[in-house]
Write a protein that binds this ligand. Structure first.
Ligand code: GDP
Ligand code: CA
Length: 323
């Protein structure tokens, strides 16, 4: 398998990619990154998922937290707090701010996000080609009930970080319909030998990427019509996400928090194969019932070795499906 294209969110996607690069050292890996979480704070454009992939693969990630920079300091955040300047629910570290300064400066000079990301990666050398799903603005918003029980839409970061993912009524990919896939995205899908959906959030990471393009040339249709087998890994083990609050956004989409429900949510038109955790063997039959090949293998990314083994299983499964 020479060309591997991965649709990735933040932490789950980045960890999987570390294992993939270990498992397939000779492969040409293109990552289509989620930009639905992007936000402007203090005038700075912040792209949390792209940066998590870039820092993780470039060796600059905070090792325990798995997002943000290692050896980080928070002098700027403390000074902003002294001024009483918010938001106080989203803290940017000093080193991280340098990334956002470079990005914002380049965006303001007229460079598209894809070119900016390439420039940032020239420093980090992540070992993959990292492409934002789109250069256009496509932001994930979440409809919740406010204190007076009125429907209100908040930016995904506000929903996730400030509100800690309360029950949601709807997920809206604002701007995704009009957004165009970034240069290279459709080609990376069409030319791939294998397409992987890593254990990223199915709705606000994978779903946000697939939604780009709306009724025009969109990413979902490109993946569906690609010649490569499409294999996904379940971010759900048992009846809970391994990390985070994906159950809340799945519920908003009317999807149960089980590996088989998530596979059905992606759909048999999109997925050729789906991997579930080895303790979820009971999920194999319901997945195959909807027309998606399924296999149970260990899916816990508890070490780089374990993650590389997951990536190997993914590529083996894909090779089998391609026959
Ligand atoms: P985010 O953008 O930082 O939220 O990261 P992603 O969207 O890429 O991934 C989040 C998903 O990764 C969550 O739904 C977790 O359940 C899943 N996840 C995290 N660690 C693991 C793991 O070790 N195994 C599996 N199968 N899923 C994981
Ligand atoms: Ca994210």
């Amino acid at each position: 398998m020479k060309k591997i294209t991965v649709l990735a969110g933040g932490v789950g996607g980045a960890r999987f990619l570390e294992g993939l690069l270990r498992a397939a050292p000779g492969a040409e890996v293109t990552v289509i990154g989620n930009v639905g979480d992007d936000i402007t704070l203090h005038g700075l454009r912040v792209c949390p998922d792209l940066d998590t992939v870039m820092y993780t693969l470039g060796g600059g990630i905070h090792p325990e937290q798995r997002w943000g920079r290692d050896d980080e300091s928070f002098g700027v955040a403390r000074e902003l707090a002294e001024y009483g300047v918010g938001p106080d629910w989203f803290t940017l570290g000093d080193k991280d701010i340098a990334t956002h300064l470079v990005r914002t400066q380049m965006l303001e000079a007229g460079y598209p996000l894809s070119a900016v990301t390439e420039a940032l990666c020239a420093r980090w050398k992540p070992g993959v080609r990292l492409l934002p799903a789109t250069d256009d603005r496509a932001e994930t918003h979440v409809v919740v009930r406010d204190e007076e029980n009125k429907r209100s839409a908040v930016h995904f970061q506000e929903y996730w970080v400030r509100l800690h993912a309360p029950d949601a009524e709807q997920i809206v990919f604002v701007g995704a319909d009009e957004a165009k896939p970034a240069p290279g995205v459709l080609e990376a899908i069409a030319e791939a030998d294998v397409i992987v959906l890593p254990p990223s959030n199915p709705v606000v990471s994978i779903g946000a990427i697939l939604a780009v393009g709306g009724t025009g040339k969109n990413i979902r249709d490109a993946v569906i019509s690609a010649r490569a087998p499409v294999v996904g890994l379940s971010p759900i083990i048992g009846t809970a996400p391994v990390r985070g609050m994906a159950d809340k956004v799945l519920a908003a989409e009317g999807v149960q928090t089980t590996p088989s429900a998530v596979a059905a949510y992606h759909g048999a038109d999109l997925l050729d194969g789906w991997l579930v955790h080895d303790t979820d063997v009971d999920q194999v039959a319901p997945v195959e019932q909807v027309g998606i090949r399924c296999r149970a293998v260990p899916l816990l990314m508890k070490s780089l070795d374990a993650t590389a083994e997951m990536a190997r299983a993914t590529l083996e499964f894909a090779a089998e499906l391609a026959r």
